[in-house]
Design a protein around this ligand. Structure first.
Ligand SMILES: CC(C)(COP(=O)(O)OP(=O)(O)OC[C@H]1O[C@@H](n2cnc3c(N)ncnc32)[C@H](O)[C@@H]1OP(=O)(O)O)[C@@H](O)C(=O)NCCC(=O)NCCS
Length: 142
C-alpha cells in the first residue's frame, strides 16, 4: 500500500474524507486497525474488490509493529474476501526486502507468485519504478 506520510492535519482530514467516500461508492473498503481494549488507532488496511479478484494493502504505525496486529487484520479480511462468490483471487504486493510484510501475507494464507519488475514508485526509497513481490490466494473456479 503506497502511503505518503501526512505533513499536516489537513492531509489527515482529507484522507479520512477519502475513506468515507470509498465506502459510499464501493471503490475500496478501508478499515482502521485498532487495539481491541484501548481502541487506539494502530494503522489502516484497505481492500479493493474487482471481481474476479481483490487486492489489499496495509500500514501500521511503528509503535505497533511486532504485536501480530497486521497478521490478525489481514487474515480476517482475506478470509472474508476469498469467501465471496465472485472473488477467485486475493492478492497483494510488498517490497522484496520487506520480510515482515511477506510474513503477514503468508500468515493470511497467500503464497509468493512472482517478483514484478518496475511495479511501484517509491520516492521515499529513491525508486521511481521499483520491484514488488506478488502474493496471492486463489480458489478453484468450479
Ligand atoms: C509490515 C507491517 C504491516 C507488519 O505489521 P506487524 O503488525 O508488525 O506484523 P506482525 O506483528 O503481524 O508480524 C508478522 C510477522 O512478521 C515477522 N517479522 C516482523 N519483523 C520482521 C523482520 N524484520 N524480518 C522478518 N520477519 C519479521 C514477525 O515475526 C511475524 O511473524 P511471526 O508471527 O511468525 O513471528 C508493519 O511493519 C508496517 O506497517 N510497516 C511499514 C509499512 C509497510 O511495510 N506496509 C506494508 C506494505 S506492503
Amino acid at each position: 500500500m503506497t502511503f505518503e506520510r501526512h505533513r499536516d492535519i489537513a492531509e489527515s482530514v482529507a484522507f479520512a474524507e477519502r475513506c468515507e467516500e470509498c465506502w459510499k461508492s464501493g471503490s475500496a473498503f478501508p478499515w482502521a486497525v485498532t487495539e481491541k481494549f484501548s481502541e487506539k488507532l494502530t494503522g489502516v488496511l484497505e481492500l479493493r474488490l474487482s471481481p474476479p479478484k481483490a487486492d489489499f494493502g496495509y500500514i501500521l504505525g511503528e509503535p505497533f509493529w511486532g504485536h501480530g496486529f497486521a497478521s490478525e487484520a489481514a487474515s480476517v479480511v482475506v478470509a472474508w474476501a476469498i469467501a465471496q462468490p465472485a472473488i477467485f483471487r486475493v492478492w497483494a504486493t510488498c517490497h522484496p526486502s520487506n520480510a515482515a510484510s511477506a510474513a503477514v501475507l503468508r500468515k493470511a494464507g497467500l503464497s509468493y507468485e512472482a517478483t514484478l519488475a518496475n511495479w511501484e514508485s517509491r520516492p521515499q526509497l529513491g525508486e521511481s519504478a521499483g520491484p514488488s513481490d506478488c502474493y496471492a490466494l486463489t480458489k478453484p473456479t468450479h
